[in-house]
Design a binder for this molecule. Structure first.
Ligand code: ADP
Ligand code: ZN
Length: 750
């Protein structure tokens, strides 16, 4: 042990612990280390500390010899007896706190599963009814436990204040009526049991499988990664491969190589529920060694996985955005699949980007990062072009399968004849009928759910709106109701206009429910399925629909972007896009990029097996460049046109953005707060030129009864932008009803 470290460990230097707590405080708080914990605390351990009148879980991030203030409170309890969060992990969290203008405690609260943030590691549970009971309080406590399930002693003490719950629990435990378990130790034990039954890891029971013979391009790609994978060191590689070119196979073999080095891999996927096939393939190649983190885990399951990962009991960790915080210790590779996907962006709390944090983590840990996509984000492709990332390309589909043929149909000159709204033009309808007669599968995509986009009275023009949001309500016929797609507000459909009373409410626009309805009419013999948020609410529903689609039990599948991602179903030979424009008209500088990506991705579902694929895209703007380039699968040309426009208007990747949103329940106060803040920010003297746009009301001016205003900061210098964003937070009056939300590199400015 070197002398520095020995010195740091002496008691004098560890009188006080710096603890990051889950609150928007810029600095960690100082707590005294009580004698009982002398020598037991390390950086990266969780502790229970008093905060105001509560006790919260914090993480020790440092020690101090002296306290900057007098009368500090003491650490209440240590929750770990080994270091849980290593230096690299804390470094990543610190980076995220700086970059996303949050506190370290807030980032840690985002990074750790909820059970790791609870107040105690002891869990009390009802065991059995004892032969006799000591008194009334024992009865009450036992009833509470059997009725409400396991809880912590601290929570019980709060429910029965000043009544000596500890003594009660001791008595009940002695009588065998309750169990008191130390969750930490229990789960460490469990984590150390090396292998878990497969059901513990991935959902499907995939058969073990072997790698196929590489295609020439896969061979080249893997050979070029070889040295980096075996020797380690940070490097970001952009794997740009057309749909069906075998990118996933490249990830799998790269991960196998890392496994041979005795290291672990982390693979991020956009939405875990959308990728059952990828999970099957992972499980097939790493049987019993995969942990999957996804949003539908119960908190106990999530907690158990977390411990198994932290103790190296798995070789591969797969998960959505938040898995970037998985406590992988021997990290040898990070893969971000479909790196362009918007679901990597967290849209509340600490608004981080999972892909960007993955790259940061790779740099901190010193391991390679593979970003894969058929339609890379403009930012990543720009980085690869400029040499910051290494570009690796797969230009052909596996087994020389042709790319699907894409036909763009102008709805203005070939309006739909079968339905008044022109849902299906003649070419699309004919193709659907032919494909069905040949016994093949068709996919129909529309990025909007519901039956009608809104209801409008044709007597007085009134549109049904959400009472809580400045948004029209979408009509869902199956549930005979109108819904707000932003806050979930529901109202039964009325026959009469609430404004004028006439029976003249009419349906305007359409969504996937309407498309399904029309398809049943037009193709009465076909088996039709629908996959969108309305049909996949129940646990497992989405996977069920997907499995029957995969087995060929559905002839035509209608869906939102859920059907566009990653699926590899060989029988699909026709893809129809009902209206490509629906994402083009959003007030968003990424609208063209989003549309190009979704059209390319959904088109990529066609013709992945022996039969070639065909794609029909309906639109009102057939000449738009993003459709032109998507039609011929030409990403570089799309990138060239798109970056020209971005450069001219000063959008990313040429300049950077920070979006500030103010919201509150009082419309005038929010407006005033935004104007005051705008004025104050303009009075600041940033170290580099920045643009301040706004304040202005947000495009969605009211959401869940809160009024919203926004200010956009724009500039070339990230440090200057972040400094100004921090000033904005500091300038907000404290404790007022108007809140500020900072979004660095924003994706959604509605
Ligand atoms: P991508 O991720 O680029 O869309 P995949 O890795 O899913 O492509 O590959 C597309 C299809 O080709 C899959 O069915 C996959 O099993 C198969 N495949 C991939 N690589 C090979 C190979 N080298 N030989 C044969 N089939 C392959
Ligand atoms: Zn609403």
């Amino acid at each position: 042990m070197d002398t520095n470290r020995k010195f740091a460990l002496t008691r004098a230097n560890r009188q006080f612990a710096l603890v990051a707590v889950p609150a928007p405080l810029q600095e960690p708080l100082t707590y005294a280390v009580p004698e009982a914990l002398d020598g037991r605390l390390e950086v990266g351990m969780r502790v229970l500390v008093p905060l105001g009148r509560r006790r919260v879980t914090g993480v020790v991030v440092g020690f101090q010899r002296e306290s900057p203030v007098t009368g500090v409170k003491a650490v209440s309890e240590a929750l770990d007896d080994e270091v849980l969060l290593d230096d690299a992990f804390l470094k990543m969290c610190r980076w995220a706190a700086d970059y996303y203008v949050a506190s370290l405690g807030e980032v840690l609260a985002t990074a750790l599963p909820p059970l790791l943030r609870t107040e105690s590691r002891l869990v009390v549970a009802f065991a059995r009814e004892p032969d006799s009971l000591h008194g009334e309080l024992d009865r009450e406590v036992l009833d509470a436990l059997s009725r409400r399930g396991p809880t912590t002693p601290a929570a019980l003490s709060r429910r029965f204040p000043r009544r000596g719950v500890k003594a009660v629990l001791d008595r009940l435990a002695a009588a065998g009526a309750v169990t008191v378990e130390d969750r930490l130790r229990g789960h460490v034990r469990e984590a150390r049991r090396k292998r878990q039954p497969r059901s513990e890891t991935t959902a499907g029971a995939a058969a073990p499988s072997r790698a196929p013979v590489r295609t020439e391009e896969q061979e080249q790609a893997l050979r070029s990664m070889d040295q980096r994978l075996s020797q380690g060191g940070f490097e970001t590689m952009l794997l740009h491969g057309v749909t069906g070119s075998g990118k996933t196979e490249v990830y799998l073999q790269a991960m196998e190589q890392v496994r041979r080095q005795g290291r672990q891999s982390l693979i991020l996927v956009p939405e875990i529920a959308l990728t059952p096939q990828l999970l099957d393939r992972l499980e097939g190649r790493f049987p019993g060694e995969v942990a999957v983190l996804h949003s539908r885990l119960t908190s106990a399951e999530r907690w158990r996985h977390w411990w198994r990962i932290a103790h190296g009991a798995v070789r591969v960790v797969a998960g959505a955005r938040s898995a970037v915080f998985a406590p992988v210790r021997e990290l040898g590779l990070i893969v971000v699949d479909e790196e362009h996907d918007y679901s990597y962006k967290q849209e509340e709390g600490v608004r981080y980007h999972g892909r960007d944090l993955a790259v940061v983590r790779g740099r901190i840990v010193g391991c390679p990062v593979i970003l894969g996509s058929a339609t890379p984000s403009v930012e990543s492709y720009h980085n690869a072009r400029s040499g910051r990332y290494r570009m690796i390309e797969l230009t052909r589909r596996v087994e020389a399968r042709p790319m699907p043929r894409v036909q763009v149909v102008d709805l203005k000159t070939r309006p739909g004849q079968s339905t008044p709204e022109g849902l299906f033009s003649t070419p699309l309808l004919q193709a659907l009928q032919e494909n069905h007669e040949l016994g093949r599968q068709s996919l129909i995509f529309l990025n909007r759910r519901g039956f009608a986009s809104f209801l409008q009275c044709w007597s007085c023009g009134f549109v049904l709106r959400c009472p809580r949001c400045s948004i029209s309500l979408t009509y869902h016929r199956g549930r005979n109701s109108t819904f707000c797609h932003h806050c979930g507000f529901r109202q039964r459909k009325a026959d009469a206009c609430p404004e004028c009373g006439n029976l003249s409410l009419s349906e305007v626009g359409f969504g996937t429910e309407r498309v399904e309805h029309e398809l049943r009419r037009l193709l009465p013999k076909a088996r039709i399925g629908r996959m969108d948020r309305d049909t996949t609410g129940a646990r497992g529903a989405q996977e069920r629909i997907f499995r029957s689609w995969e087995k060929g039990e559905i002839d035509v599948l209608v869906g939102t972007q859920m059907v566009a991602k990653g699926h590899d179903v060989g029988g699909v030979t026709l893809v129809g896009v009902v209206l490509a424009d629906s994402s083009l008209n959003l007030p968003d500088f990424r609208a063209a990029e989003k549309t190009f990506q979704i059209i390319s991705q959904v088109a990529g579902r066609a013709g992945r097996a022996r039969q070639p694929g065909r794609v029909i895209v309906q639109t009102l703007v057939p000449g738009h460049y993003c459709l032109d380039h998507a039609r011929v699968h030409d990403y570089p040309s799309f990138f060239a046109t798109e970056t020209e426009f971005r450069r001219e208007l000063g959008y990313p990747p040429f300049q950077h953005l920070v979006h500030l949103r103010l919201d509150g329940t009082d419309e005038d106060k929010v407006a005033r707060g935004a104007r005051d803040l705008g004025r104050a920010l303009r009075g600041e003297n940033p170290p580099a030129p920045l643009e301040i746009l706004g304040p202005a009301p947000a495009p969605i001016a009211k959401l869940r009864n809160r009024y919203r205003w926004q200010i956009l900061l724009k500039g070339r210098s990230r440090p200057a932008l972040l400094a100004l964003a921090r000033r904005a937070v500091a300038l907000m009056p404290k404790g007022r009803a108007t809140r500020i939300h900072v979004d660095v590199d924003p994706y959604n400015m509605l």
